[in-house]
Design a protein around this ligand. Structure first.
Ligand code: NDP
Ligand code: GDR
Length: 344
C-alpha cells in the first residue's frame, strides 16, 4: 500500500512543490484546506490532479484531530502559516495563534490519534512522522555567521517569535512524548509560484510589467538586506529527506551564499536589458520596524546526513522567475486584448 502524507499549507508555494514531489515518490497525498471556498484550491488541483483534500484549520483543534484520524497519515508536513513577516506586526495575535499554537494543535492531534503519552514512550517505528516548517527568521539579529542548528535565536518579529515557539514545542514533544517530530530551519526559498508580496517575486513581476510597458516604477524598502535565497523545488526535497531518517533531528537548509535585495534588483533588470536605477524608488513605509539585516546558512549537517544539495544558483532563480512572469503578463495581456476586441 502506498504511504500517505498530509500537508497543511498545500495551497502555498511549498505545499504545491511538496505535493508534486511526494506524488512522484508514489505517496497518496492529502492537503488540508481551510475556508468554505478557498480560491487557491483549484490552482493546486490543476498542478497535481491526483491530490486529495480534507477540511481543517490550524486554529481549530477538533478539525486537526478529525483530519489525522480520517487519513491515518504516515507523514504530516506542517507548512500552514501566515508567512508574510510584516503582517505579524499588524496581526501579532493571529500570527501567533496560527504559526505558534497551530503547531501545538497539530502535535496534539498526532499524539491523541496515536495514543502517545508520557508513560507510553514508544519506539519511532510505525509512528506518524511530523515535519515542522521552522524558519531562519528565528535567528533574526544574528550572533554568528553562518547560522547552524546550534546558533542562538534572536527573532526580530512576532512571526519569528511564533516560529521559535513552534520549533521548541516540536522538540519538546519529541523529548516528552517520543513523537517523531523534526524541524526544518529553512532559509528563504523562492520560485515562480512565490506570493507577489515577497521581495523576489515583487521584483520579478515588476520587471516583467516594466519591460512590457505596463508599469514604470518599483517601490521597495531596505535594499541593503542580505538573504540566503534558494529554489523552493530543492527545499521540499530536504523536507522529505528529513522524515526518512531513523533518528529524528532538526536541520538548517540553505545555499550558504548571500545576496542583497539590491543584487536581486540588479540581476532581475539585467535579464531584460534595463537599468534598475531608472525604475526603483525607495519607500520608507516599506522599511520594517525591526529588520533582519543578514542571514546565511551553514547546511553542513544536512549535506552530510541527508545528502542534500541545492541545484539552482541565485542568478538562475531570478532569471527563472523573470521569464515566468514575462510569459504570465504576456498571456494576461493577450486575454485582455481578446476580450476587448470581442474575439473572446
Ligand atoms: P505560503 O504563504 O505560500 O503558504 C502558506 C500556507 O499556509 C497557505 O497554503 C495557507 O492557506 C496556509 N494557511 C494560512 N493560515 C492557515 C490556517 N489557519 N490553517 C491552515 N493553513 C493555513 O508559504 P510558503 O509555502 O512559502 O511557506 C510554507 C511554510 O514554510 C510556512 O510555514 C512558512 O512560514 C515556512 N517558511 C517558508 C520559507 C520560505 O522562504 N518560503 C522559509 C522558512 C519557512 P490558504 O490558502 O488557506 O491561505
Ligand atoms: P522574509 O522575505 O521577510 O525574509 O521572509 P521577504 O521577501 O518579504 O523580505 C526579504 C527582505 O527584503 C526586504 N525588502 C522587502 N521585502 C518585501 N516583502 N517587500 C519590499 O518591498 C521590500 N524591500 C526590501 C525585507 O525588508 C527583507 O529584509 C520570508 C518568508 O517566506 C518567511 O515566511 C520565511 O520564514 C523567511 O523568508 C525565511
Amino acid at each position: 500500500m502506498s504511504r500517505r502524507a498530509l500537508i497543511t499549507g498545500i495551497t502555498g508555494q511549498d505545499g504545491s512543490y511538496l505535493a508534486e514531489h511526494l506524488l512522484a515518490q508514489g505517496y497518496q497525498v492529502w492537503g488540508l484546506i481551510r475556508g468554505q471556498a478557498n480560491p487557491r484550491k483549484s490552482r493546486v488541483s490543476k498542478l497535481a490532479a491526483d491530490l486529495n483534500f480534507v477540511n481543517g484549520d490550524l486554529l481549530d483543534q477538533a478539525s486537526l484531530v478529525a483530519a489525522v484520524d480520517k487519513i491515518q497519515p504516515d507523514e504530516v508536513y506542517n507548512l500552514g502559516a501566515i508567512s508574510f513577516v510584516p503582517m505579524s506586526w499588524e496581526q501579532a495575535e493571529l500570527v501567533t495563534e496560527v504559526n505558534g499554537m497551530g503547531v501545538l494543535r497539530m502535535l496534539e492531534a498526532i499524539r491523541m490519534v496515536s495514543g502517545l503519552s508520557i508513560a507510553s514512550r514508544p519506539s519511532t517505528a510505525g509512528q506518524i512522522r511530523f515535519y515542522q516548517a521552522s524558519s531562519s527568521e528565528m535567528f533574526g539579529k544574528v550572533t554568528e555567521t553562518p547560522q547552524c542548528e546550534t546558533t542562538v535565536f534572536h527573532p526580530r518579529s512576532p512571526y519569528g517569535v511564533a516560529k521559535a515557539y513552534g520549533h521548541y514545542i516540536t522538540r519538546n514533544y519529541r523529548e516528552s512524548f517520543g513523537v517523531y517530530g523534526v524541524s526544518g530551519m529553512l532559509f528563504n526559498h523562492e520560485s515562480p509560484r512565490r506570493g507577489t508580496e515577497f521581495v523576489t517575486r515583487k521584483i520579478s513581476l515588476a520587471v516583467a510589467q516594466i519591460k512590457l510597458g505596463l508599469q514604470d516604477k518599483l517601490k521597495l524598502g531596505n535594499l541593503d538586506a542580505v538573504r540566503d535565497w534558494g529554489f523552493a523545488g530543492d527545499y521540499v526535497r530536504a523536507m522529505h529527506l528529513m522524515l526518512q531518517q531513523e533518528v529524528p533531528g532538526d536541520y538548517v537548509i540553505g545555499t550558504g551564499r548571500t545576496n542583497s535585495v539590491r543584487d536581486a534588483v540588479r540581476i532581475a533588470f539585467e535579464c531584460v536589458d534595463l537599468e534598475w536605477e531608472d525604475h526603483v524608488e525607495i519607500d520608507p513605509l516599506l522599511v520594517r520596524p525591526a529588520e533582519v539585516e543578514t542571514l546565511c546558512a551553514d547546511s553542513g549537517l544536512a549535506r552530510e546526513t541527508l545528502g542534500w544539495e541545492p541545484s539552482v544558483s541565485f542568478a538562475e532563480l531570478m532569471r527563472m522567475m523573470v521569464e515566468s512572469d514575462l510569459r504570465q503578463v504576456q498571456r494576461e495581456r493577450r486575454i485582455d486584448e481578446l476580450s476587448l476586441t470581442g474575439t473572446w
